[in-house]
Design a protein around this ligand. Sequence first.
Ligand code: 13P
Ligand code: ZN
Length: 276
Amino acid sequence: MGILDLDVIKEFIRLCEDGWKLGYHEYHGGNVTYRMKPEEVKEVQNFVTKPVVEWTEMEEKHTSLAGEYFLVKGAGECFRNTVVRPQDVFGIVQINKTGTEYRVLWGLEKNGRRPTSEFMPHLSIHSIKKTADAEKYRVVYHCHPENVIILSAVMPHDSKTITRALWDMEPECPMTFPTGVGILDWAVPGTVDLGRATGELMKKHDVVIWSQHGILVAGRDFDTTLGVVHTIEKSAGMLLRIRQIAGDHYDRPTEEQYRELDQIFHLHLPEEYVKG
Ligand code: 13P
Ligand code: ZN
């Protein structure tokens, strides 16, 4: 038994493989981080005894993440390679006791042991989501799904407009992302500012679109997180096709129908999105 036989590692690899096969990760596009459970950290400690890179200072302090262990995709690494060279594509990273530094314990072998260039935005989201509900949020997943990116280029960057347009495609949508979708204008990837702005939107949503770049989702586990992206990307594709065929003339659920759905499935849909 080795580190690659641990269930959590196998599930991480599976997400990467599925994301690649779904076309969400051209070249080195996208990244994923996972905040490990205490029992998973214990398992890992059976295989990792000393760090491979000592402490590196972080651009931003995250007290709420002090002592946490993360699985982290590497900067410039391709999701496509995860199955064949997992030790190159991702690594295990530990945050120090004050939330100011991180060190690499395993992996990231090929790129000089560098976590994703978007490690800071990921940590901002983890910090906000852990504070909101530590068990509900462990994964932050970023990818470049084609239809979502096209939609972000042609629709107003307004959360209500985009959320309702996506929800209208099928009931699965409000059921899968009931708190709606936030959206930010185009921005330089990987910056602390983008991390902060994304974090602000993540206080309200579990999904944020980076216009003409991609999508970020915070979720409980790998199934949930990939499932949300898959649902949104399918919905975005249907929306684009419907609009191509019919312009703005197509059937949509009414406010009353949304209220009925909300009541039956206990979705707690925000009033601002339900109201017509
Ligand atoms: P990394 O290769 O640094 O993870 O960056 C990929 C990406 O999607 C940038 O937005
Ligand atoms: Zn990206």
